[in-house]
Design a protein around this ligand. Sequence first.
Ligand SMILES: [Zn+2]
Length: 287
Amino acid sequence: MFTPEAVLFVVFAFAIGGVVGSFMNVVVYRLPKRLSLIEPPSHCPHCKHPIRWHDNVPIFGWLLLRGKCRDCGQAISPRYPLVEATVALMFGSLMILEFALQGVNLPRREPIGTLSVASDADWYLIVLYHLTLLCVLFCGALIEFDGNRPPAKMYMGAMLIGLMFPLQWAMLRPMKAWPDEPRLLAGGIDGLFGLAAGGMLGYAAWRIQGTKQAGGLPWGLACAGVFLGWQAALPVGILAAIVGVAIAAVFPRKRSARHIPTSVWLWLLAFLWILSWSPLVRWFELP
Ligand SMILES: [Zn+2]
């Protein structure tokens, strides 16, 4: 189980997650403005001084600077290290559950692929597959939180990955679309079922909310359907919409509470779903 190699991989995953989170801060800021993601390198938004490499280390850079620019002393938002820590947590927790503990979180009832005899490389691929979905959902949620429209291309790219990879590696899908689904179809058709279910529910929820939000919800939920199947997309989507409405009802006077887009809850619930997938399937007796 927790071999020294697995521990090393988990620590490494946390670190890589921090770096990806740092890049995500850049993506969320620059993508809606159609700026280059590579040039110019990170700089202070106030004084434009480039950030030194040792101050740019995810999470720790901000802590060492105590949240202030080394050059002009202006405050740097705590959101940057928070995003980095959140992505590090996603990478680390999935690496523990799906790699070190060999997918204890995944449903194993009638696995469609070779999940029961998966190799280390297979588990690693499952981690990367789920992280692709969660990173795109988190990115879209942050862009919407800032009041911008997440680019459809980002979701389409993710959907392409989500549809293509299981054609070759069927173990990426631990659930069948229906109980006696032919094995031959499983890798391909499950993703399309999820895409249709998630897309339709997301579009309906977005319309019901009065389309005030930026429209990432249908795209994000379609992505969740592609990667996790319709059995996950429907409850996650419905719960996300309910949480959004409930938060707004509990804090009717708080503008900040009403301001949280449903895409944020979609990302959070998809993450929680993956973490607790197998007990959820057992409780609700999903097909
Ligand atoms: Zn500065």
